[in-house]
Write a protein that binds this ligand. Structure first.
Ligand code: BGP
Length: 464
C-alpha cells in the first residue's frame, strides 16, 4: 500500500490562457498568444487558437462541481494579466467579478485555489515594448501582482508568481515554440534576468501587502540531469546543464542569489545581463515560501564535441543524449522516468534545506484518446493510471525519506488547449468534447484518482 498524509493537497493544474476562452471579451486585451494566432494561425495545430479553449469563463461552476465529485481539495489556475489590467494600469471590474466568483466557488466546495500570476501570457501592449527584455516589464509585473493581492488576497492564500520561467525564455528566445521566436543566447539571458527579478519584486509586493497572511512561491519545471556516462567530459556537461537549467533558478528563488559559478560562466561567455544597483537586495530579501515543481521528464546529456566559444546556446555546454533504453510517451516524445520524481525530491531536501514543495504538474498527453472510448462513453486511459501509479509511488518513497512534499497536482483537469499543439495531446481527468458544446465526459483515471484521494493511497502492483 502506498500512502499519503491525510492533509495532502490533491488536485490538478491549468492556466487562464489554456482554459478560459473569451480571449477578447469583457474588456480583456490581447495577449501575445492572441496576437500571434491572428498573425500566423497556420502554426497552431488544426488551426485552433487561444479563443477556442475549454470555455471555463462560462463553465467554471460546472468544473468545480466535477472537482468536488472527484474529492479534490485543491486546484491551480492563473489570472490573465490582460483580463485583470487590460492596459496594465486600469482595473477591469468584470475581471474582478469573474475571478472572485471563480475562487469563492472553489472555496465554497472545499477546494483550495492556488493562484499563479503568469503562465506564458505576456500582454501584447508590453510585448510591443520588448516584453521581458525591457527593464520596465519588472515594474509592470510588480504592479499587476500588487493589484491581484489587493483584490483576491483575502481569499487566496497560496500564490505563485510564474509558471515555468525557463519555458518562455527558451522557447521564445532560443527557439520557435513561443513568440517572438528569437534565437539569441544573450537576449535569452536578459529575459531570464528580468523574469526572475519580476518574480522577486512580486514576492516583495506580497510581503508589503495588507493581505499577506498566506504563502507565495514559484512554479519551476525541474528536469533532473543525468549524464551519458561517468567519463569526466560527460560529467562536466551534466554539471553545466544542471547549473543552467536548475541552479540558476532554484538557488536564486530559494537562497536569494545566483550561483557564483553561473555568473562566472556568463561573464566568460560575454553573456552577462544588464542589472541595476539594488537588484541584489531585492533577490536576497524576497525568497519563496514554497516551490511548485513541474516534472514531466529527465534531461539526459553528454559532452559537446566542438563547443563554440563564446557560447551561442546552452548546447555549447551540454548536448542532448538519446538514451537507447528510455521509455517514451510517443505522442509527446517525452521520456517517462518516474525515478526522476524521487531524485528531485531528494535534491530539494539535500541542497535546498528541505523546502516545502508540491508537484504542481505531472501528466501524460496522448493523441487520439477517442479510440479508447468504451460503450458507456468513458475513455479507458489505463496508460495514464499506470503513469500516475509509478510517479506517486516514487513520490511516496521520497516522502518516507523525509521530503516535505505537501501535494500532487496532475496536468490537467479537463483536456485543455496546449499552445502551438492546441488539442493534439489530451492530458485531462475529463475529456473535453469541443464539438458537443464543450461537454465534459469521464475518463477512467478520474475514478481511479477519486479513490486514491478518498483512501489517501492505493495498492501498488508495481510497473517499475
Ligand atoms: C507545461 C506547461 C503547461 C502545459 C504542459 C504540457 O510545460 O506549464 O502549460 O501545456 O507543459 O505540455 P504541452 O502542452 O506542451 O504538451
Amino acid at each position: 500500500m502506498i500512502t499519503f498524509p491525510k492533509d495532502f493537497l490533491w488536485g490538478a493544474a491549468t492556466s487562464a490562457p489554456q482554459t478560459e476562452g473569451a480571449a477578447l471579451l469583457d474588456g480583456k486585451s490581447p495577449s501575445t498568444w492572441d496576437k500571434w494566432f491572428e498573425m500566423e494561425p497556420e502554426l497552431f495545430f488544426d488551426g485552433v487558437g487561444p479563443n477556442d479553449t475549454s470555455n471555463v469563463y462560462v463553465q467554471y461552476k460546472e468544473d468545480i462541481a466535477l472537482m468536488k465529485k472527484m474529492s479534490m481539495n485543491s486546484y491551480r489556475t492563473s489570472i490573465a494579466w490582460t483580463r485583470l489590467l487590460p492596459d496594465g494600469k486600469t482595473l477591469n471590474p468584470k475581471a474582478v467579478a469573474f475571478y472572485r466568483d471563480y475562487f469563492e466557488e472553489m472555496i465554497k466546495q472545499g477546494i483550495e485555489p492556488i493562484i499563479n500570476l503568469f503562465h506564458f501570457d505576456m500582454p501584447w501592449w508590453l510585448m510591443e515594448k520588448g516584453g521581458w527584455e525591457a527593464r520596465e516589464s519588472v515594474d509592470h509585473f510588480a504592479f499587476y501582482a500588487k493589484t491581484a493581492f489587493e483584490q483576491f488576497g483575502d481569499i487566496v492564500k497560496k500564490w505563485a508568481t510564474f509558471n515555468e520561467p525557463l519555458v518562455h525564455i527558451e522557447c521564445g528566445y532560443m527557439g520557435d515554440a513561443h513568440y517572438p521566436k528569437v534565437h539569441d543566447f544573450k537576449r535569452a539571458i536578459q529575459v531570464g534576468y528580468h523574469t526572475l527579478l519580476a518574480h522577486a519584486a512580486a514576492v516583495k509586493a506580497y510581503k508589503e501587502s495588507s493581505q499577506n497572511d498566506g504563502e507565495i512561491g514559484i512554479i519551476l519545471n525541474l528536469s533532473p540531469v543525468y549524464a551519458k556516462s561517468e567519463e569526466p567530459a560527460d560529467q562536466e556537461a551534466r554539471h553545466k546543464a544542471d547549473l543552467i537549467y536548475i541552479r540558476s533558478f532554484v538557488d536564486t528563488v530559494v537562497h536569494g542569489y545566483f550561483p557564483q559559478e553561473f555568473i562566472d560562466l556568463l561573464e566568460e561567455n560575454q553573456l552577462l545581463p544588464e542589472t541595476q544597483a539594488g537588484d541584489r537586495t531585492i533577490f536576497e530579501e524576497n525568497t519563496v515560501d514554497f516551490l511548485g515543481v513541474n516534472y514531466y521528464q529527465p534531461l539526459r546529456v553528454q559532452a559537446v564535441e566542438n563547443p563554440r566559444f563564446p557560447a551561442q546556446s546552452p548546447g555549447d555546454f551540454a548536448r542532448y543524449y538519446d538514451w537507447p533504453e528510455k521509455r517514451i510517451n510517443p505522442h509527446r516524445g517525452w521520456e517517462i522516468y518516474p525515478e526522476g520524481m524521487y531524485d528531485i525530491a531528494m535534491r530539494l531536501k539535500k541542497d535546498y534545506y528541505n523546502i516545502p514543495w508540491y508537484v504542481s504538474e505531472n501528466g501524460m498527453g496522448v493523441e487520439g484518446e477517442e479510440q479508447f472510448l468504451d460503450a458507456q462513453g468513458v475513455i479507458q486511459d489505463d496508460y495514464r493510471i499506470a503513469f500516475l501509479e509509478d510517479h506517486l509511488a516514487m513520490l511516496a518513497k521520497a516522502m518516507q525519506e523525509g521530503s516535505q512534499c505537501f501535494g500532487y497536482h496532475m496536468w490537467t483537469f479537463v483536456d485543455c488547449w496546449s499552445w502551438l499543439n492546441a488539442y493534439k495531446n489530451r492530458y485531462g481527468f475529463y475529456r473535453l468534447n469541443r464539438e458537443q458544446n464543450y461537454a465534459r465526459s469521464d475518463k477512467a483515471s478520474s475514478y481511479w484518482m477519486k479513490q486514491v484521494i478518498e483512501q489517501s493511497g492505493f495498492e501498488y502492483g508495481g510497473h517499475l
